[in-house]
Write a protein that binds this ligand. Sequence first.
Ligand code: PDD
Length: 290
Amino acid sequence: MTAYLNGQFMPLSEARISPLDRGFLYADGVYEVIPVYSRCPFRIDEHLRRMQSSLDGIRLPNPHSDDAWRAIIRRLIAAAEFADQTLYIQITRGADLRRDPTFPKGVAPTVFLFTAPLVRPTPEQRQSGVATITAQDIRWARCDLKTVALLPNVLMRQLAADAGCVETIMLRDGFLTEGSASNVFVVKDGIILAPPKDQRILPGITYDLVLELAARHGAPHAVRPVNEAELRSADELWITSSTKEVLPIATLDGQPVGHGALAGKPGPVTGQMHAWYCAFRDQVTRGAGA
Ligand code: PDD
């Protein structure tokens, strides 16, 4: 029983929706991805809050209270055979009996969740960093909403895959936005730089945690636009996401990141942030999972 669809728990292979679902026809829906460690959903409050803003952003009423969401999530996590999981939630504007872009009346939203084993970066990726490429950001003007309209992200990610890379880092009007499924941090002269959380990027849950950790540990940091030249001349770069955690970037468009002996190798600030991240995650999830 690793799936939940509209009130029922079921094996994922048995989940079925209508081809008239507005998620299928119009990408009219939102989603969340929550990492689960030792059966403890990490930063669940923050994920439920972001899901609410995405729902508000597309004018779709939340079908459940936070308590009801927690109950569904708890049951799904408990039913899985694996302890570390990636939990996926999707809510769409439901399946009408006709194809009409305007919001349907009296149609229940489709609520779908499933959980799968958590796939984390490999030890090799952590140690050596990953290869990335850049591309122009071709997405719409509300990238702050976590909607299922992911075709641009899919095309961006495939560019990376075709080049044997792990992620595509996007630039808009000469400024860094984010990765196809991750946020990007830049280290320059000992300062951690992050692009502002405006409508050009997803407000990442891991992004917020990294900035919280920087503040807590007194690491110099600034939230401000980062231009292409700063990205390309960074001392260190890393990506963050719920499943990638804090992952060093070794190369950008084939060029090693950083300078001197550390060129193309994960740097000290990245290593420190990853250690802080792991310590915080372990502390929170061990406590709650026990
Ligand atoms: N993606 N930016 C984009 C475009 C993303 O899709 C994601 C996450 C992030 C990082 O957000 P967070 O730290 O909350 O995971 C940034 C998820 C993991 C996904 O689509 O699978």
